[in-house]
Design a protein around this ligand. Structure first.
Ligand SMILES: *[C@@H]1O[C@H](CO)[C@@H](O)[C@H](O)[C@H]1NC(C)=O
Ligand SMILES: *[C@@H]1O[C@H](CO)[C@@H](O)[C@H](O)[C@H]1NC(C)=O
Length: 472
């Protein structure tokens, strides 16, 4: 059930009106150099896990089905052909969850009642008289229309990139699994819609399996739940940053722009305004007047706050977070092992593709377990100014519809494996010399995990958590 027509809100009338209004908003604040992209907020690349996929791959704004085949990089001399694709995919754009809908409610009432129109730009007038709070609690995190498009179009691009794997003949041999959450199930359905459109089949049949053991491993790992999720001190860095100097600055500037006393805005309400800007872009493709509350430096601070949270909750901050993904890690490598094994001609051919749809919380631990995006210095509450060049930027890693692709090739020297993240090549840590190293070298690099990484001993192992070992 999608409610895209219900939320008649800020500037929905005909498109030229919308563009004109967006233009006037832009003009009221920015120089004319920004006119080339009037409807994308200047802070759109800093929304963390609420970033649109298009911000990571801007060429898709011109042609959403464009595919760059040169991202596939097996050695040209070895006559390689892809034999298997495993894709771990995050759901597409979604509505806010109840927690954020309530914050949006509070914020919009506060701004409507108390913000002063005095010196602010016309955007404040737009918030106060033209913008309507159209978010309702029943939307709670569900996939939006745009989110369905995200997955449908991703499926179409992947089938153009791997025509021999995601082919109609292979239809019944492609495995599809999803988290049980509504937004993920809707996403895996949309992915299948995309494939069936390519195959020009009118009768869409869904054949995915729901598998939370695989896609929501994090909530089943006791060591993780107790050591990190329910443990307030595990996210101390986030709490400290939330009330630290940089966030205070953002809060003060936002209060000034709204003509509100500083103490009326909590850090949560500041974040709610930032998220509002992100939601209106990702759900409606609209440049919301809320976006004008932040300049680029404010957005970088708020992005850092989200990155800190993800780092300490889902990534390298605590080893148990990545270890909780051991079941998914083993599943992926078992699938690759089977696909790469030499076969007698009488044997059935292996799965051409395995599509696994989950959450940012599914992808981040797995990426961390693989050793990716691990900077030398961990991000903390007091080193913001040295972290501008960090690789751990969730806006780039886990936007909506983020995807981690394992591409297995059959080559003259044996199977090779390539990694792509959000459709761009990424090299395996420790094997940086090649885009697609031999599969046996990848296995050797991860030997310690292939031989260990046991869910039960890592997650249930020592009661009371893993003590000091949980921290990096
Ligand atoms: C295509 O991908 C290759 C390899 O990642 C990259 O070097 C190139 O710039 C891309 N081309 C376009 C048009 O995006
Ligand atoms: C909670 O986190 C802190 C900091 O990471 C850690 O020292 C402590 O052992 C954790 N507590 C539990 C119960 O795991």
């Amino acid at each position: 059930m999608f409610r895209d027509t219900v939320g008649m809100f800020y500037l929905l009338p005909p498109r030229n009106t919308l563009v004109a209004a967006a233009l006037s908003l832009v003009l009221s604040r920015l120089s004319s150099s920004s006119l080339s992209v009037p409807d994308v907020p200047h802070i759109a690349t800093y929304f963390g896990t609420k970033t649109r996929y298009e911000e990571v791959n801007p060429h898709l704004l011109r042609d959403v089905l464009s595919v760059n085949k040169s991202v596939l990089k097996p050695p040209p001399t070895e006559r390689c052909s892809p034999v298997h694709l495993t894709a771990v995919i995050r759901h597409g754009s979604r509505y806010p969850t109840v927690k954020n809908i309530r914050r949006i409610q509070k914020l919009s009432e506060l701004v409507r009642r108390e913000a002063s129109r005095g010196s602010a730009g016309s955007w404040l007038q737009d918030i106060q008289s033209r913008w309507e709070n159209w978010y309702t609690e029943d939307m709670d995190g569900q996939l939006v229309m745009k989110g369905r498009d995200d997955l449908r179009q991703l499926a179409q691009r992947l089938s153009a990139l791997f025509p021999s794997l995601l082919s109609e003949e292979n239809m019944r041999r492609i495995s599809l699994r999803s988290s049980s959450k509504h937004r993920c199930v809707s996403s895996v359905e949309a992915f299948q819609d995309g494939l069936q459109q390519v195959w020009r089949r009118s009768e869409v049949q869904y054949r995915h399996q729901v598998d939370d053991e695989l896609m929501r491993f994090f909530e089943r790992c006791r060591g993780y739940v107790e050591g990190v999720e329910k443990n307030r001190t595990a996210l101390l860095e986030v709490e400290k940053f939330k009330h630290g100097e940089e966030m205070e600055g953002v809060r003060r500037r936002m209060a000034e722009r709204l003509g509100l006393p500083h103490q009326r805005l909590t850090p949560d309400l500041v974040e709610a305004a930032f998220f509002l800007c992100s939601y209106e872009l990702s759900i409606k493709s609209v440049h919301s007047p809320w976006c004008f509350l932040f300049d680029e430096n404010d957005a970088k601070v708020l992005e850092y706050k989200s990155d800190l949270k993800q780092y300490w909750k889902r990534s390298h901050g605590h080893v148990i977070s990545s270890l909780s993904s051991c079941p998914l890690f083993h599943h992926v490598f078992r699938t690759l092992d089977r696909a790469g094994r030499p076969r007698r001609s009488t044997e059935a051919s292996p799965e051409p593709a395995s599509i696994l749809v989950g959450h940012a919380e599914t992808l981040l631990p797995l990426l961390s377990l693989l050793g990716l995006y691990k900077d030398e210095t961990p991000p903390t509450s007091n080193n913001y100014h040295t972290q501008h060049g960090r690789s751990f930027r969730t806006s780039l890693i886990v936007p909506y519809a983020a995807n981690l692709l394992f591409v297995l090739y059959d080559c003259q020297r044996g199977p090779r494996l390539q990694l792509l993240i959000n459709e761009s090549p990424v090299r395996f840590p420790g094997l940086e010399a090649e885009d697609a190293p031999l599969y046996r070298d990848v296995r050797a690099t991860y030997r310690h995990l292939l031989d260990g990484c046991d869910f039960h001993s890592e997650c249930e192992g020592r009661p009371g958590g893993r003590g000091p070992n949980t921290e990096l």
